[in-house]
Design a protein around this ligand. Structure first.
Ligand SMILES: Nc1ncnc2c1ncn2[C@@H]1O[C@H](COP(=O)(O)OP(=O)(O)O)[C@@H](O)[C@H]1O
Ligand SMILES: [Mg+2]
Length: 240
């Protein structure tokens, strides 16, 4: 689906976002936009502020200032459950699989928030490994299966804007490729995705656009074509 750049307001518009952990400031005025249907990555080194940006959008980091507009409405004053009900789902870096629960239980535990979420049957069809492991315990899964489960779990709640925090982290290349295919498929289904990544090859393979974060600020933004034409530009930021 071609991007409609003529539409007035981006789906998500962040301006001058600052965030703190106690006294320590982690974000120093982050600003970027995500249009409906786009797959945008946040890239940058360890500690740059990528996860904090996602947690600030979600209201999990509460000590934040600036503006985070979603569908034109500011999320800064809202609490996490209210933000989720606006249609934003978050898949955390640590995945958050409940070890004592089965795959099926993990999948069906979160409430449905917005109409139109995937049915349990849709999910098991989209993620065949999960169907095969439905009654296995959370910890019996491989890292890749846990990541699939963490992503699948947020598709049930009906949210159409997904925040995915380093889904490729710690996984073997063949599994990373499979996760990439799944994420690409979600984009094709019309989801809007903000993806945190340090794996440049993974980011390049699936994203439309990239936002580079350094020391809690956006230092560069480029389309996937611009990245392809000048990979060195981004490698400098990542220090690779
Ligand atoms: N829970 C926390 N408490 C205090 N400082 C934190 C916490 N989480 C992250 N930080 C700090 O905030 C900064 C940004 O971290 P983070 O957003 O996790 O980076 P990234 O996801 O880009 O690796 C880092 O300096 C990190 O040490
Ligand atoms: Mg992180």
């Amino acid at each position: 689906m071609p991007l409609d750049t003529s539409s007035a307001e981006p789906l998500l518009k962040i301006e001058n976002l600052k965030a703190w952990y106690a006294e320590s400031q982690a974000l120093h005025g982050v600003g970027f936009e995500v249009n409906k249907g786009e797959l945008v990555t946040l890239i940058g080194r360890n500690g740059a502020g990528k996860s904090t940006t996602l947690r600030s959008i979600m209201g999990i980091v509460k000590n934040r200032k600036g503006s985070i507009r979603f569908h034109g409405e500011d999320l800064i004053g809202l609490r996490t459950f209210q933000i989720a009900r606006k249609g934003i789902a978050w898949c955390p870096e640590e995945r958050g699989i409940f070890a004592d629960l089965s795959v099926k239980e993990n999948l069906t535990l979160p409430p449905r928030l917005v109409q139109g979420g995937m049915t349990d049957e849709d999910l098991l069809t989209s993620f065949p490994n999960l169907r095969a492991r439905a009654s296995s315990g959370g910890t019996q899964l491989s890292g890749g299966e846990q990541q699939m489960l963490a992503i699948a779990r947020i598709l049930r709640n009906g949210c159409r804007f997904l925040l995915l925090d380093e889904p490729s982290e710690g996984l073997a290349p063949v599994v990373v490729k499979e996760i990439g295919n799944q994420i690409r498929r979600l984009k094709d289904q019309g989801y809007t995705i903000l993806l945190v990544e340090q794996n440049l090859n993974f980011a390049r393979a699936i994203a439309d656009r990239h936002v580079v974060i350094e020391h809690g600020q956006v230092v560069d933004q480029l389309t996937n074509d611009e990245l392809a034409a000048d990979v060195a530009r981004v490698k400098t930021y990542l220090g690779v």
